[in-house]
Design a protein. Sequence first.
Length: 267
Amino acid sequence: MTSLSTSPRSTPRVIVFGNEKGGTGKSTLAMHLAVALLNRGLKVATIDLDARQGTISRYVANRRLFAERSGTAVPMPEHLALNTSPHQIIETDLGNALDHVAACSVVIIDTPGHDGALSQAGHTYADVLVTPINDSLIDLDVLAHVDPHKQTIHRPSHYAERVWKAKQARAKRDGGSMDWVVVRNRLGQLEARNKKLMERLVADLAKRIGFRVADGIHERVIYRELFLDGLTAEDLATLADAREVAMSHVAARQEIRNLISVLGLNP
């Protein structure tokens, strides 16, 4: 994959975080990725398609309040939040939002953890679709049905079919293609039997339906603690408030850097 330039682009790289299951860490990963790219000199926009839940919108708002309260300059993404209404033309509205942030290098879209017209439209604009799944068979069920006796993939599930339709819609609109990356998220620290089973099943499914696999973030308290201030692991290396930086913080930063590399976003 080609790396990104720090100069403005007429066509931003669109990264969509999507999964029909909630609680997989989409918004957390999206915000940490956005700040990491900002710190690398890229102009980044974030678009919240889940304005009712509004996790990434609250993350951005908390970050802005932290900057005002502490007098600390922190890089901010250009942020937009969309929501559906009975009179809204979904695709046109999202297209207008993307036109508004066309000067950015990267646009990160956070979608709802359920199916809907706005989420479906968001998927069709993805240059890269990032699907975080918790490292459990419950989350894998969104992507595929598993044979309980053979412990093998039986068939792809509803979300995999939805991604296929989004790829078709993207190709029909502008001839573009979508790189699908499934991120095994909130990984445990131990090499448990379930973890090894998940690794085998996800690798098998990747070959069958065409996605790449990446490790995301481990289950770390730091990711939850930083939300109230709108901060990320990357901020801890640069803030001047003398926060204690533990080894887990260093590891958290490295996890996000690894994700940037896998997504081909190194400037």
